[in-house]
Design a protein around this ligand. Structure first.
Ligand SMILES: [Zn+2]
Length: 85
């Protein structure tokens, strides 16, 4: 058995509902308390107006191109939102 030590406790905000999550980071790079999905892009609102939208006939998906990425944010969800999907 490996021993886990708590490295840090951090506060994250659930990207789904805004709830504050207490995340515990361990020295072995594991974490608990929330689910981390990686960094997601936030698009520049003005670029939406100029963006091109194509609707795929087969799937009905709207494919948007020409967007400008403003910044990237960490995407977290707390366990209840994660399970609710
Ligand atoms: Zn949530």
């Amino acid at each position: 058995m490996t021993t886990k030590t708590i490295k840090k406790r951090v506060r994250k905000i659930c990207s789904c509902c805004g709830k504050e999550i207490n995340v515990i980071l361990y020295s072995d790079k594991n974490y608990r308390g929330g689910h981390y999905f990686g960094k997601v892009p936030v698009y520049d609102e003005n670029s939406y107006k100029k963006a091109t939208v194509k609707v795929e006939k087969k799937t009905g998906w709207r494919i948007v191109s020409g967007l400008k990425i403003k910044e990237k944010i960490e995407y977290w969800e707390w366990p209840r939102c994660y399970r609710g999907k």
